[in-house]
Design a protein around this ligand. Structure first.
Ligand code: ZN
Length: 136
């Protein structure tokens, strides 16, 4: 991937905490195709919110697997309910397909790792924490 330490350092991207947070959130919105995870409404950077799937109030963490793209309406309706107390067959926007996607999202691998795959030495944000370099 890199032949020398210098080469590695030259390509290291340093993000400010503010920008890193923004990129982290944007990556979550992109993963949900800029649609609300509960009602499928289209989101924009100014309307998209992050829902803590397991509410912070109930011990949910700010990790990728616990954060989903959500419209303000669903977010305020869900409030501090547990996800499937809110999103079940009695929810008018409920679909089996979206419920499955939420379950899969919750089960994603959230372990910390440093990508060392030579073919993907590009900046990316994946899983809870990841670090990337530009390769050229
Ligand atoms: Zn919604």
């Amino acid at each position: 991937m890199f032949q020398t330490e210098n080469e590695l350092l030259q390509n290291l991207i340093v993000l400010s905490p503010k920008l890193a947070r923004k990129k982290f959130r944007e990556n979550i919105f992109e993963s949900w195709n800029w649609k609300c995870m509960y009602c499928d409404r289209d989101l924009t950077p100014s309307t998209a919110t992050i829902d803590h799937i397991k509410p912070k109030f109930k011990g949910g963490k700010s990790t990728r697997s616990n954060m989903g793209a959500c419209c303000t309406c669903c977010n305020s309706n869900k409030a501090s309910k547990l996800v499937f107390d809110f999103y079940n067959t009695s929810n008018p926007n409920y679909t089996e397909e979206r419920a499955t996607k939420i379950k899969e999202w919750l089960e994603q691998d959230t372990s910390f790792y440093l990508n060392s795959d030579k073919s993907s030495a590009t900046p990316y944000l994946c899983h809870d924490v990841s670090i990337g370099w530009i390769s050229n």
